[in-house]
Design a protein around this ligand. Sequence first.
Ligand SMILES: [Zn+2]
Length: 458
Amino acid sequence: MPISLTNTLTRRKEPFAPADPSRVTLYVCGPTVYNYPHIGNMRPPVVFDVLFRLLRHTYGESAVIYARNYTDIDDKIIAKAAAEGVAIEAVTEKFANVYKEDTGALGVLAPTLTPRATQNVDNMIALIQKLIDKGAAYAVPSGVYFSVAADPDYGKLSGRNQDELQAGARVEGEDDKRHPSDFALWKAAKPDEPSWEAPFGAGRPGWHIECSAMIEAELGSPIDIHGGGIDLVFPHHENEIAQSESAHDHPLARVWMHNGFLTMDATKMSKSLGNVITPRDLMEQGWQGETLRWALLSAHYKAPLDWNEDMMRQAQAALDRLYGAVLRLKDVKADDLEAPAAFVEALSDDLNTPAAMAELFALATAANVAKKPADQAKAKAELLAAGALMGVLADDPEHWFRASFGEQAAEIDALVVERVAARAAKNYAESDRIRDELATRGVEVMDGPSGSTWRRKG
Ligand SMILES: [Zn+2]
């Protein structure tokens, strides 16, 4: 099924065709590992995980190489380590693991490659030297800077023109750069900061050069798709393009994809506003990882998404509906089936997750009404295969409903067992009383050939 994607570079939705269908390359900017990610930080890894799954489905699992980096050297990391009196590696190791756990809890597959900036410094030094040799960068006492004036294409991704760039902000400690828009490729060594030896003086890399060097070292350019949040278009991705394309005279990436902002109750989520919420906080409150994932995918990836409690409730209800259908068919052995064409078509249309969700509901309805065993097996298989492509329905359905009831689940189990015993003893008054009690707790009992199960009432 042909895939189309919106390319930020051309500002159009285009048919996607990898340069080599047996080696499809995807790079997404990963986290700077110095704190707990908030729910907005989870949007890019979840969105691009759906893309990764779709590409694997389309081109074959081993044909897709997905790299997502860890930025493990940065001002914020250095400041955090100094404030806590611990080694930089202690901070980066801890928060790289936190990121891995949090994305994993939201059903995000491990990327093929997870390069770390500090393991690629040699490649960054080589790239910076190449830019100096070509006259695209210059060394001054505070570091090495990219010369924006030397790059006529600068601004092509973000659409900013050179006049707007004249007003670029001054950065403290960079007084010796030639133009306000020039950006640091290399920051000269300072006491008490980690540094690496380089032909242009000891120092450490700037953020933008990290991604350019890692892309070339890990994937080779041009890559097929480069992704990230819309906040990275300028300056980060503009600068990645400037560096790589000035060094190599070929495109860095053929398609650039950006997901929209996430707001919190209609305001931007930020530390200074104090409205930051982490996936850990939400999971401690009892929300399940898949519910958070569904909520993050409930708007089209390009659209802004407003995070609020109501959307999480809707996400949970949506997943209840799908898990309810799987639970109803728990004794049916599913066929080994592909996700149906209409579902794949929705995702292939620029990752239209809302349309794909509508297809999932249609599949759940088909599973609910299927009567013949063969129809039931097919319906269950289609629902599970489509769910897997979206990265949902990975849980056991009984566990899904138990988990969302938390500590109440054991009491509900006991009531269901008592009701089965009452029915066996033909004590229908007692059996009805228990059923009503369960109903007041929001639980519906489903009696099937292999016993009774329960779910949250829809
Ligand atoms: Zn990057």
